[in-house]
Design a binder for this molecule. Structure first.
Ligand code: PMT
Length: 401
């Protein structure tokens, strides 16, 4: 569950901070990438050097980097946005109160207020502090914000008192993170089939017909679907993109016909199908055995139609929700709707080459989600990762009705 998750661990100043060394090791062992921010007082309990060594990343404590001669600062917004999950452990009464009231007077709190990911917090304090109505109120308020409480355990406390207030043990924290993530995976049990990238249609042993698709959009869709807990089969044409996610199987093909065969063999198991590939509509009628020599002034290549992958699959539809893409250069909405109907799709994602930053190659896209009831939901220019999440959110709204 935690493999390749980006975890931002926030450590505040309590004796339980020493346990974060074990916690960090467990997270790294589980395959997570861990970055750590700590408050100044946390540094009195556990050394940043130890944590930097265990997490294999520099540990941040202040907004401004302390190295001599630099004007660099630790960008709390960037760290907050980087994280797939933020964990504040131990969370002292002081930090809980600041989180609940909106006080932002250190880097850790800056990261917390900037984080868009699920935030887990593991309180640790003395018995009476944990019981105090002010602390209870902070915890309830944070839960109301959607933050996830990892409750303190009972036992012997550093003060010598017995009772509730000990930070949950590192193993228990990891278990609760995994459970919390699982509960937030709305597509657990679903299977998503995605086509991505270009197709290469060979002309001779050295040449092919292809296009500028990099595969980025389709790969981001695969990542986003896996983040939702779905099993993903990604059928991609030639691309330099890589994906390493336990829920994603990546099948690499070259031609449209190979893409169709691969997609077809996984279609039966799929619940959602997304055609993000830029498939070549035609292929050379014959593939020459030898490299075509430069001779005559003109060369004619006879092309024949390739199968339409998404249309073929839609024709064999059982229960699948099928979404195509439309890359347009004019009359965008009308063309997209016409394509949706002609290919018998449930929805189509429109991107236009007239929008700068949209379409092929780059890391951004500007898409509109168009459904079969002609409802059009436009989105701003965003990273392809964010655009992918928007697309899945739109699909989710329609399949969970
Ligand atoms: O890969 P990137 O560099 O990130 O770029 C992303 C993208 C621009 C390729 C992507 O966002 C996109 O728009 N993909 C579809 C491009 C396209 O070929 O559109 P189309 O209008 O020609 O095809 C419409 C739909 O039919 C698409 O879902 C396409 O996958 C599908 N199709 C088309 C032809 C064919 N023979 N078989 C198909 O399945």
């Amino acid at each position: 569950m935690l493999a390749s998750k980006r975890i931002l661990l926030g450590i505040t100043g309590g004796i339980a901070a020493y346990k974060t060394t074990f916690l960090t090791r467990l997270l790294i062992k589980a395959g997570a990438e861990v970055r750590i921010v700590m408050t100044e007082s946390a540094g009195d309990f556990v050394s940043p050097l130890t944590l930097a060594t265990l997490s294999r990343n520099p540990v941040h404590t202040a907004f401004i980097r302390e190295e001599e001669g630099t004007t660099d600062w630790n960008n709390h917004v960037e760290l907050g946005l980087w994280a797939d999950l933020m964990l504040i452990a131990p969370a002292t009464a002081n930090t809980l109160s600041k989180m609940a009231s909106g006080t932002c007077d250190n880097l850790l709190l800056g990261c917390y207020f900037s984080a868009k990911c699920p935030v887990f917090f593991a309180p640790a304090m003395d018995l009476d502090m944990y019981r105090h109505p002010a602390t209870r109120e902070s915890i309830e308020k944070l839960q109301g914000f959607g933050n996830i409480l990892i409750p303190a355990a009972s036992g012997e406390l550093a003060s010598g008192l017995e009772g509730e207030g000990r930070m949950a043990e590192p193993e228990e924290i990891v278990r609760q993170l995994e459970q919390g993530l699982l509960a937030r995976m709305p597509w657990k049990g679903k299977h998503v089939l995605i086509t991505a990238g270009p197709t290469y249609e060979p002309i001779d042993p050295v040449r092919f017909l292809g296009n500028h698709s990099s595969g980025k959009m389709g790969f981001e869709l695969a990542r986003a679907a896996a983040e939702r807990g779905a099993k993903v089969t990604l059928v991609t044409g030639p691309t330099g993109e890589e994906i390493a996610h336990p829920l994603v199987i990546c099948i690499r093909v070259r031609t449209a016909r190979e893409m169709l065969d691969a997609a077809r063999s996984h279609f039966g198991a799929a619940d959602v199908v997304i055609g993000a590939a830029a498939v070549s509509d035609y292929r050379p009628a014959e593939i020459r055995d030898q490299k075509i020599k430069k001779a005559a002034e003109e060369l004619e290549l006879k092309l024949v139609r390739n199968p339409d992958i998404i249309r073929t699959l839609a024709g064999e539809r059982e229960h699948q929700y099928i979404v195509g893409f439309a890359l347009e250069t004019e009359n965008e909405a009308a063309n997209a709707l016409e394509k949706l109907r002609r290919k018998n799709l449930d929805a189509i994602v429109l991107n236009s080459l007239r929008d700068s930053g949209a379409g092929f190659g780059g890391d951004t896209n500007k898409v509109s989600f168009v459904d079969k009831n002609s409802q059009i939901t436009p989105f701003e220019l965003k990273s392809k990762a964010e655009a992918a999440r928007d697309i899945l959110h739109e699909i989710d709204k329609r399949i969970s009705k």
